[in-house]
Ligand binder design. Structure first.
Ligand code: PDD
Length: 284
């Protein structure tokens, strides 16, 4: 069955939705995106994702394609039209279409595309089993705080992880882990402190990261924002990652070294439960 998607003001069957071959999103990766998760037909963390969308747009001097109220309405319409109970809504805004040129005209009309993806996220197997990660040099551009669609290098890293029989890669720069290919990286030290890299232009400012940090502090857990190395992570009590689509997911092996007994740890399990309960309660 074909999905109903949204493109530039229209709801269309996916086969009929098109954008120009001159779109700068296609030619230059001149585009930003967001992904909101859907549980029980409701949107999780909408406010956070829209706030970050504005931040990305501002950093790239791109105008917003519509108001936040319209964005919410489009999300809701797509969820309803596709009878989506669980999965995600992908949103992409590009600078618009123009004949190929590195410089752009300031009056381009942004392209906006949204589509749904139905998938099991709450009970996805990796939430229970955890994942295995490899380490890769972080060769992405220097503004990883902007959520652009330049995802070739993260895709290459993911493919390399799969080729090595693992699930994902943690990226390393100047000896320290920046983040995962599409998620924020965390460890739990042997004294129970939860550690994740501090915010800068080196990493995406994860919406899930911010919420998990808040909930962890509310639950009296000790949280530290600082960089850590692969070696520190390998000797940590636990590790996990956060993202909109995988919530809190345990990491059980890092670059060939099993963490603890090689099964998900109690802190990651607890944070996943708290995160799910809290975000479900706040879903709109
Ligand atoms: N990825 N870091 C990177 C590089 C990411 O691509 C993502 C999200 C995150 C986590 O951010 P958040 O918690 O706001 O989802 C961190 C999305 C899910 C994706 O590309 O599908």
């Amino acid at each position: 069955m074909s999905r109903i998607v949204y493109v530039n003001g229209e709801y269309l069957p996916e086969e009929e939705a098109t954008v120009s071959i001159f779109d700068r999103g296609f030619l230059m990766a001149d585009a930003v995106y967001e992904v909101c998760s859907i549980l029980d037909g409701k949107i999780l963390e909408f406010e956070g994702h829209v706030a970050r969308l504005h931040r990305s747009l501002n950093e790239l001097q791109m105008p917003a394609p519509c108001t936040d109220e319209e964005l919410l309405e489009i999300h809701r319409q797509l969820v309803a039209k596709n009878d989506l109970k669980e999965g995600g809504v992908y949103l992409q805004v590009t600078r618009g279409a123009a004949d190929r040129d590195f410089a752009w005209s300031k009056d381009l009309k942004p392209t906006i595309v949204l589509f749904t993806q139905a998938k099991s996220i709450e009970h996805s197997p990796i939430g229970k089993t955890g994942i295995k990660v490899i380490a890769m040099d972080d060769l992405r551009w220097g503004r990883r705080d902007i959520k652009t669609v330049q995802l070739l290098y993260p895709s290459l890293c993911k493919m390399e992880a799969k080729a090595r029989g693992k699930d994902d890669a943690w990226l390393v720069e100047d000896g320290f882990v920046t983040e995962g290919t599409s998620n924020n990286a965390w460890i739990v030290t042997r004294d129970g402190t939860i550690v994740t890299r501090d915010l800068s232009t080196d990493i995406l400012h994860g919406i899930t990261r911010a919420s998990v940090m808040k909930y962890a502090k509310e639950a009296q857990m000790k949280v530290e924002e600082r960089p850590f190395t692969i070696e520190e992570a390998q000797t940590a009590a636990e590790a996990f990652f956060t993202s909109a689509s995988a919530f809190v997911t345990p990491v059980v092996e890092i670059e060939g070294v099993a963490l603890g007994d090689g099964t998900p740890g109690p802190v990651a399990k607890r944070l996943r439960e708290i995160y799910l309960a809290e975000s479900r309660a706040r879903a709109i």
